[in-house]
Structures are given as C-alpha cells and as structure tokens.
Design a protein around this ligand. Structure first.
Ligand code: ZLS
Ligand code: ZN
Length: 310
C-alpha cells in the first residue's frame, strides 16, 4: 500500500482557530510512525497537481478565482473556507497526490493507496464549500474516466458530513455507484443526503444515501450493512474510492455521531475484500474530515489496518 506523506500535504489547513487546522497531518503522521504499519507500507512523496488537473472537474473560472485569491493571500472562498497565501498550491498538492495514487493503482504498481487530508467532498464544479477548495474525490473520478478509461466506479463515504459535492455532480451518472453513511441533515452541514436521494434519470438506484441520527452508535451503522452488501452484489465496479472521514467518531467537536474506530476498520476491510473479487483489489482511500486530534489518528490508522488485513 502507498501512503502519501510529506510537508507539502500538511500545508492544507486553515490555522489554529479553524476546525480544519494545520496540525492534522502531523497528528496522523506521528501516530503512524509510532505504529507497526510503516513496515507494510511504501511512503510516497506528495505530488503537486496542475490547474489542468483541477479542471478535470472544476470550471476554468473557479480555478482562476482560487489562483487569484491565493496570490492576494486573504479573503474568504465561502463562509467556512478562508484564503491563506499559497492556498492554491496547497490545494493542488492534495489533488496531485490523489491523482498519483489513482494512476499508480491503475498502472499496477500497488493495489491500494491512502492519501491523508484528501477527501474534500463538498466543493462543486464552480465553487468551494465547507473547508473544501478542490473536490479531489470528483477530480479522481473524472481522471479515472478521461485519462485511464475506467468507467464504473464505486465511491463510499463514511465522513459524518454528506458528500454532496460528489453526489450532485454525478446524480444522473449511472456508472458512478455511491454509498454515503452520514449524520442526517437536521442539525448538520450540508443538510442533504436523505435516503430518498438514490440517483436520478438513468442513474436511479445507483446511489445509496444512509442518514444516521445524531448520537448513533456502531450498532446503527452496522445495521445497514446487509442492504449495503445487497447493493454491492448487483454492481460491478472497476475501481473503488473510500472517503474515510474520522469526524463520525465519538468526541468530534463539530458533529454528533458516536461511532467507534471499528467502523473504519470494518468498512476498509470489507471493501478491500470486495475489491479483490470485483476489481483486482483496486482501492484508493482518502482521509476526509476529523476534528478531534486523537480520532484522526485512530480512524485513519484503523482504515489502513483494515485495508492491509484484507
Ligand atoms: O465534510 O455548518 C456550517 C455552515 C455555517 C456555520 C458556520 N459558519 C462559519 C458558516 C455557516 C452553516 N458549516 C460546517 C462545514 C463543515 C465542513 C466539513 C468538511 C468535511 O469534514 C470534509 C473535510 C461547519 N461546521 C463547523 C464549522 N463549519 C465551523 C466552526 C467554527 C469555525 C471558526 C472558523 C470557521 C469560522 C469560525 C468555522 C467553521
Ligand atoms: Zn466531515
């Protein structure tokens, strides 16, 4: 398994007074190095993507707006996403690393890759949202199609927040299979992801939105797995993307789910076992949210363990 790690990835953060602070990568990296996982992983240097990479999904106007604000070094992209000097380059490192991971998997140099900090699932084609400048998940989907000829992709998201940027971009796309377990939108951003949102037109039935009530525990999470297994049984993806946000764990300061890191371990392990059957094990994992420092380390490390144990 490839793990993307290095100072350039750590630059994607909004400082100490913001939930998505600049210390999240270091928290992960410290815990990773204290564990026995490095023996089983290959560390890869983060790669800075290009504006063209971002434009696989985003509009030229939006990419140029981010570049412009970044060089000004201040302002707001949206109410949750402040600008800092170099934010354009920092966001492109996330994108480039995710695209490198996808390309390495497709090339057969590894079957699995993990990119911490990535999984910025709220940005839409023309705008940022909720701490997310470029939607690396959606960019990876477009790259797999446009550059690697891979059409049928499964996207799974266990971040506490609904992956609206991915869902709405591919709502009508019958070849993008989507499973998203999240805290329901009554008290949580972005407010979407109702269970009746199952894809539209030719894509009806290709998406599974599973809202969980505030305070939900592991039992409620695993209760949905028989339905998830039935869904997996009838699709045949060629590639799997897992957004494994750690903000669904008990103790997160901005969400209300009370899950344990067993959800990360089990989700990763089951999907990696499924990947071996349907797509030669090809799975790209993206870190996602997580705002309690101990939880980031636990959720992401358990994801890596689950992937390796499969
Ligand atoms: O999924 O809840 C909101 C939107 C608001 C409340 C906050 N104000 C600032 C804007 C309007 C309704 N936004 C969420 C976004 C959560 C994004 C999650 C990303 C991901 O995990 C993937 C990486 C939100 N929750 C908490 C905050 N924003 C928030 C709390 C505290 C602060 C400080 C810094 C910034 C402004 C004041 C901020 C945001
Ligand atoms: Zn989140």
């Amino acid at each position: 398994m490839f793990i993307y790690a290095g100072k350039s990835l750590a630059r994607y953060g909004f400082g100490n007074d913001h939930p998505l602070g600049s210390d999240r990568f270091d928290t992960f990296w410290h815990a990773f190095q204290q564990s026995t996982l490095p023996e089983q992983c290959t560390i890869r240097t983060p790669v800075q993507g290009s504006a063209d990479d971002a434009r696989l999904f985003h509009t030229t106007e939006y990419v140029e707006r981010v570049r412009q604000l970044s060089s000004q070094g201040a302002g707001m992209l949206d109410a949750d996403t402040p600008v800092f000097p170099g934010i354009f380059e920092a966001a492109l490192v996330v994108v480039g690393s995710v695209l490198d991971g996808a390309a390495e998997i497709v090339a057969g140099n590894t079957t699995q890759a993990f990119v911490p900090i990535a999984g910025l699932h709220h940005a839409s084609r023309g705008s940022s949202a909720g701490f997310c400048v470029f939607n690396d998940c959606a960019i990876a989907i477009e790259a797999l199609r446009q550059r690697h000829g891979i059409k049928r992709i499964l996207y799974v998201d266990i971040d506490a927040h609904h992956g609206d940027g991915v869902y709405y971009a591919f709502e009508e796309d019958p070849d993008l299979f989507f499973i998203d377990l999240h805290e329901d939108g009554r008290h949580l951003f972005p407010g979407t992801g109702d269970s009746n949102e199952r894809g539209t037109g030719p894509a009806r039935g290709t998406k599974l939105n599973i809202p969980l009530p505030p305070g939900a525990q592991d039992r409620e999470f695993f209760q949905h797995w028989p339905a998830i297994s039935r869904f997996l049984d009838r699709i045949q993806p060629e590639f799997i993307i897992l957004q494994c946000g750690a903000d669904c764990l008990a103790g997160d300061p901005i969400t209300h789910l009370k899950l344990s890191d067993q959800v990360h371990y089990q989700t990763a392990r089951r999907l990696a076992e499924y990947a071996r059957i349907c797509c030669d094990g090809r799975l790209l994992a993206l870190g996602g949210g997580g705002y309690n420092r101990a939880n980031i380390a636990r959720g992401w490390l358990q994801t890596i363990r689950g992937l390796l144990d499969a």
